[in-house]
Design a protein around this ligand. Structure first.
Ligand SMILES: [Fe+2]
Ligand SMILES: [Fe+2]
Length: 475
């Protein structure tokens, strides 16, 4: 492994110093990244010192280096997992051949598209979350938000490195464009739908990090199998950071449920209006937020039957989740996969060529992951003796992409009419009133050790520090 010289302008383990052209390209891009961070990164944080984790190398101790960092001075670096000597492509038509260290000419356009699509989500989420710091429920949470923001920034760096190093002039243009699109902008939106939605409050933020960062995990896992070795190595390292983002989401919702359940049990209140009078988030509101974030995230996996997915797989660009652990031919010749579809108002399972169903397969694996998470949340409600529980809606609910796009399906999987949809939509998806209520709870809490009333404190602090540690210092 290349040693890391952290005093370099761009910390890295890719021997940047040995590639002058690349170094110059990245040094030209860096000030534009800083401009973007200043304009679109977390609002009004230019003088904050934040107790952050910075990757200074990829070995066990180096990737989690904690210290106070002045936010704009965060040192975004380029880190790839160490190369595996003799690594082979292990799926698709090139199975058994040496992994590629350079981009194969015939796959250049597809690879670039995959990298740009992944790369675009990283700055998008920073843009979506940029106002949240103003209403953080504690210093602990504020610090976690900023940690996620700087790491999404680093993920952008990771993808820009690949573009600039391996894709020449087109790569440089794509790197610029990644800083020009804007989440939610009508004229130059981010590429994927969920990344143009607003993350306007902390309930939405925790739902986003639980559901949408988890989509990130599954996409990164599929790319970590890639025959293009630099992509595999860079996404593998990104996954170590992604785990923390999902932790923030899962524990954030768990803490909200803890607080709500405690109030409901203590006062014997169940009606949402009564629960709200105690200043906590009622379960139906939380459920509607969940329905929204879950369904828009399911769309991110793409069409259930997709010839692009088949091409990406058979050409060795994007594998399956846990490809190495699946026991089959890793070419999927003649294999089929069941895809759920609506025919004449009823759900039917259709066997389609497995190669075309790879998006659906990844989505199904993702759903399995979220089911476990929701199960853990429900145990909090049970622990307080409540009969209410949280459920994941049916996978056809509120979909915009794939065969369920535009179908009218209730969260419980009933196929319904347009009329029924309109009559019930307010019960199923967040209303303006829900968002206004949640917004009314959001006030800034910045006294060390204090937490807003709608959320329970976490079980432990960061890096073994106590909960009243000064995770953010304002100057
Ligand atoms: Fe990311
Ligand atoms: Fe993330």
């Amino acid at each position: 492994m290349t040693a890391i010289n952290t005093s370099e302008r761009i910390p890295n383990n890719v021997d940047l110093a040995g590639d002058r052209a690349l170094q110059r390209a990245l040094e030209r891009w860096q000030p534009r990244f800083h401009d973007w961070w200043r304009d679109m990164g977390p609002e009004d944080t230019h003088s904050f010192d934040v107790y952050l984790r910075t990757a200074i190398s990829v070995d066990r101790d180096g990737w989690a280096h904690f210290d106070y960092v002045r936010m704009p001075d965060y040192r975004w670096g380029i880190f790839l997992n160490p190369a595996e000597p003799g690594r082979k492509i292990h799926f698709g038509a090139h199975k058994g051949e040496d992994a590629w260290q350079e981009v194969p000419g015939e796959y250049r356009a597809n690879l670039r598209r995959i990298i740009v699509t992944q790369g675009d989500t990283e700055p998008a989420s920073v843009e979506q979350q940029r106002h949240l710091g103003l209403t953080a429920p504690s210093l602990y949470d504020l610090r976690n938000l900023f940690q996620i923001n700087v790491e999404e920034g680093r993920h952008l760096w990771a993808m820009v490195y690949l573009l600039q190093r391996y894709f020449g002039r087109d790569g440089r243009e794509e790197a610029e464009a990644l800083l020009e699109r804007r989440s939610g902008d009508r004229d130059k939106p981010r590429i994927l739908g969920a990344f143009n939605e607003r993350t306007s409050d902390w309930l939405a933020f925790f739902m986003f990090t639980f559901f949408t960062d988890r989509d990130g995990k599954f996409q990164l896992c599929a790319l970590a199998e890639s025959g293009f070795d630099p992509l595999a190595r860079t996404t593998r390292f990104m996954l170590t950071e992604e785990a923390h983002h999902m932790f923030v989401g899962e524990s954030g919702i768990a803490r909200i449920l803890e607080r709500t359940a405690e109030i409901m049990a203590r006062h014997g209140v169940h009606d949402p209006g009564d629960v709200r009078r105690h200043g906590v988030i009622d379960l139906p509101t939380l459920q509607r937020y969940l329905n929204f974030h879950y369904s828009v995230t399911l769309d991110l996996f793409g069409a259930d039957v997709s010839s692009n997915a088949a091409v990406f797989y058979s050409t060795g660009l994007k594998g399956r989740f846990d490809e190495g652990r699946i026991d089959d031919d890793h070419r999927l010749e003649g294999a089929t996969y069941p895809v759920l579809e609506l025919a004449d108002g009823r759900f039917v399972e259709r066997q389609v060529p497995a190669l075309n169903a790879l998006n659906e397969r990844l989505r199904d694996r993702y759903i399995k992951d979220t089911v476990s998470g929701v199960g853990r949340w429900n145990r909090i409600l049970e622990k307080h003796g409540l009969e209410e529980h949280i459920v994941l809606p049916h996978k056809a609910f509120n979909r915009r992409i794939g065969s369920f796009a535009g179908a009218r399906v209730a969260p419980d999987g009933r196929v319904i009419t347009d009329e029924e949809w309109r009559a019930n939509e307010r019960r199923w998806l967040p209303t303006d009133d829900d968002r206004a209520y949640v917004a009314s709870l959001m006030g800034r809490v910045v006294i060390p050790g204090r937490f807003a009333g709608w959320i329970a404190p976490p079980a432990t602090g960061i890096n073994r520090h106590p909960l009243d540690f000064e995770y953010v210092r304002f100057n």
